[in-house]
Design a protein around this ligand. Structure first.
Ligand code: AMP
Ligand code: SF4
Length: 477
């Protein structure tokens, strides 16, 4: 998962706005950040660094950058390691001029493309899949950059929401399946593109529309020109996990408020007597209060409380200065991270029964540690409720889910998971209820990490080959 932001103006300098837009997208990536623009000598310039936006970039330098168009990126590595070399935007001055690319998503045919390109003489500077797009453009030295880009995008498969700077203007493009969101905004004569509409609020930018799946939109002094990428699929594959966890609740994706979707997931969770439950659960438990695992479970817990009439208590406190624990690289650090980040209030839990709501269980680390901390508070009962279905399959489209072996629900029954995390009962939202809560047509959503139905229609990976990219993937075998 990453965040991209682009700004185009005929006269204003916009690099500082890109910095601010990236700050609003910080939840989509904390490993590195970068901003790129094309200068008056037609050279591409970039400032990149490791860490959070304010650590990686200098706001004062960017506020003075002579950039009337600029793009930016916050990174969370899903393809290629977490290193400076892979920080984006990826930039080059090639035969046809300057180009800078910022990408959210994963290209599933990257390894094959890379091999083909290397056989044709390409020298890759990074291990990031995004560089394949640049290399595909560079291998068409006689075509104008826009045409070369459109042809390059026709060759890549998988997930991409991109902002690209070329001399012809700013291009926003989204893969034909529409895996990752990408929004278009406007303020006066300036145009903005962002992974999520929440980045517009801060800049007083009005949301115009989503960039469509399979659309490449050129923004320049002539206005907006929309191109269709070839090979439109029969159905869309918008990531349902964006609504469950990744996106900010104040974002609107494909016309659907992330907050409302999450709230509805919580309501449905309170109503459901799901098949995905562990004994002795047989319906809503008799508890004193419902508490979220903050922040990821907060909106669903509110919905749960409102639907069930069980009082809501903010009984687990989050240290807001510690980032998302999932990005910590080792299991040891990950476990410590949860303890640093979350702390249950003894006063609220002691001698009482609670429902604890979180959005998902991946490895089970967070739930296990929080439930054991709540037990230390001498709670009488802790019932865990998860506002999405069990995550049983890895993601190949830009989310860092671990391999099957590490996914709690891939290998264990729900009873085993409940026992492992120490909960009195455990239940999940059904896939149907999740899709219903999102409120978009079921066949427009990707739910592959829940049901194993990947892009090409094959179920899971039976034979150890990734169903999307047809290569044997370490994540699975
Ligand atoms: P785990 O501790 O491995 O079970 O991870 C579950 C926790 O991480 C939940 O609290 C989620 O909110 C959060 N989470 C789920 N998926 C992701 C992801 N791909 N990246 C970061 N955090 C995640
Ligand atoms: Fe999203 Fe899951 Fe599909 Fe990945 S597999 S794109 S996380 S729904």
């Amino acid at each position: 998962m990453c965040g991209v932001f682009g700004a185009y103006s005929a006269r204003d300098f916009v690099a500082e706005e890109v910095y601010l837009g990236l700050s609003a997208l910080q939840h989509r990536g904390q490993e590195s950040a970068g901003v790129a623009w094309i200068d008056e000598n037609s050279r591409v310039n970039a400032i990149k660094g490791m860490g959070l936006v304010h650590e990686a970039l200098s706001q004062s330098v960017l506020s003075n950058a002579p950039a009337t168009s600029a793009i930016g990126h916050v990174r969370y590595s899903t393809s290629g390691g977490s290193m400076m070399q892979n920080a984006q935007p990826i930039c080059a001055n090639y035969a046809q001029g300057p180009v800078a690319i910022a990408h959210n998503g994963n290209l599933t045919n990257f390894l094959r493309l890379r091999e083909e390109l290397e056989n044709r003489g390409a020298i890759f500077q990074s291990t990031s899949d995004t560089e394949a797009i640049l290399q595909l453009m560079a291998h068409q030295p006689r075509r104008r950059p826009l045409e070369a880009l459109l042809r390059a995008l026709a060759e890549v498969r998988g997930a991409f929401s991109l902002v690209v700077l070329i001399e012809e203007g700013l291009v926003a493009a989204r893969d034909p399946w529409g895996f990752r969101p990408l929004a278009l905004g406007r303020r006066g004569g300036n145009y903005y593109v962002a992974s999520e509409s929440c980045a517009f609020n801060l800049l007083g930018v009005s949301f115009v529309r989503d960039i469509e799946a399979g659309e490449a939109l050129l923004i320049n002094e002539s206005g907006l020109t929309s191109y269709r990428l070839p090979g439109g699929p029969k159905r869309r594959w918008l990531c349902s996990f964006e609504y469950v966890y990744f996106a900010r609740p104040d974002s609107i994706i494909e016309g659907r408020s992330v907050y409302r979707a999450r709230h509805e997931m919580g309501r449905k969770l309170a109503r459901s007597v799901s098949d995905e439950s562990s004994p002795p659960y047989a319906g809503p438990p008799d508890v004193d209060f419902v508490a979220p695992l903050p922040d990821s479970g907060t909106t669903a817990a509110l919905g749960y409380s409102q639907e069930s009439g069980v009082p809501f208590e903010a009984a687990v406190v989050r240290n807001r200065y510690v980032g998302r624990t999932f990005i910590q690289p080792t299991q040891k650090v990950r476990e410590l991270g949860v303890r640093i980040k979350l702390s249950p209030s003894q006063d609220l839990f002691e001698g009482r029964k609670a429902v604890l709501v979180d959005d998902s269980i991946v490895r089970g680390t967070t739930a296990g540690l929080v439930v054991s901390m709540i037990r230390e508070c001498r709670a009488e009962a802790v019932h865990l409720r998860i506002s999405s279905p069990p995550v049983r399959y890895p993601c190949f489209y830009g989310i860092d889910t671990p391999s099957n072996g590490d996914l709690a629900a891939a290998n264990n029954s729900l009873e085993d998971i409940a026992r492992a995390v120490g909960a009195d009962s455990l239940s999940y939202l059904s896939r149907e209820d999740m899709v219903d809560a999102i409120g978009l047509p079921p066949d427009s959503l990707c739910t592959a990490c829940f049901d194993g139905k990947y892009l090409d229609g094959r179920d899971g990976c039976g034979d150890g080959a990734c169903p999307s990219c047809e290569r044997v993937c370490k994540k699975i075998c």
